[in-house]
Design a protein around this ligand. Structure first.
Ligand code: ADP
Ligand code: MG
Ligand code: MG
Length: 249
């Protein structure tokens, strides 16, 4: 049993007008094998939360803690966090021209595990993961995310998640911009990792649609940089009907 604990997290970014506070005291604990959904309006700080956990340099933590099994995650570098078992699927995955998918996956896997995967087994694993996610094997030779469609980028994020086998996965709007087929394929990837591991999930989303395919254990409504309400899956149903207006005064 592992826990990812976010305690009273305050985060700011620097702007031309000076520092701007975005996260204003986030409290959230995710256990192994749990699926937590964070839902909130645009601009409420959801991506900031994801980036702060992952260690993006633009986001300055001014108060609070993030602990992985009691260990101070915020004192670790980005790659140390990945090696500690943290994975972030980004809302806007970055293109990396000049680095092939095959090369990237093998290098990242080696860095995360501290040893290179056995070639034959790895090639097999990548191949079957790609097949399940309906990614053509020719993606191996393409540069990371370069010229990928929106849906292909999101499937590639899920491919990485499945291959790297994190202890905690943060998925930032992986559902945005997907058609129904792609949404189902991406959701199946998440459900597969959930079934075959005890990874914990933080599923950030604006819409309730993905929650028809992935059943969260807990739902948190995120408004203006903090959790405004927490509940079970039924809270998502209520948001579907009522929207976020109730929280925006
Ligand atoms: P969400 O993901 O919920 O839509 P974000 O975390 O992306 O929200 O953004 C929250 C607020 O912080 C927004 O007002 C956004 O413009 C601002 N913000 C986020 N990142 C930066 C940044 N690097 N520089 C300036 N403002 C930022
Ligand atoms: Mg966002
Ligand atoms: Mg499980």
């Amino acid at each position: 049993m592992s826990t990812l604990e976010i305690i009273n997290l305050h985060v700011q970014v620097s702007t031309n007008d000076g520092p701007k506070p975005i996260l204003k005291g986030v409290d959230l604990t995710i256990g192994s094998d749990e699926i937590h959904a964070i839902m909130g309006p645009n601009g409420s700080g959801k991506s900031t939360l994801a980036y702060s956990i992952a260690g993006h340099p633009d986001y300055e933590v001014t108060d609070g803690q993030v602990l992985l099994d009691g260990e101070d995650l915020l004192s670790l570098s980005v790659d140390e966090r990945a090696r500690a078992g943290l994975f972030l699927a980004m809302q806007y995955p970055v293109e990396v021209p000049g680095v092939s998918v095959a090369n990237f996956l093998r290098t990242a896997k080696t860095a995360i595990d501290g040893q290179a995967p056995k070639v034959r087994q790895w090639v097999g694993e990548v191949g079957s993961a790609m097949e399940r996610l309906r990614m053509d094997p020719s993606f191996n030779q393409r540069d990371v995310n370069a010229g990928f469609s929106g849906g292909e980028k999101k499937r590639f994020e899920i491919l990485q998640m499945e291959l790297f086998k994190p202890r905690f996965a943060v998925l930032d709007e992986t559902d945005s911009g997907l058609d129904v087929d792609a949404l189902r394929i991406v959701s199946e990837g998440v459900n597969r990792l959930h079934e075959t591991s005890d990874a914990g999930f933080l599923l950030i989303t604006h819409y309730t649609r993905i929650l028809r395919y992935i059943k969260p254990d807990f739902v948190h409504v995120f408004v203006d940089g903090r959790v405004a309400e927490q509940g079970g899956p039924d809270l998502a149903d209520r948001l579907e009907e009522e929207g976020y207006d109730r929280y925006l005064k």
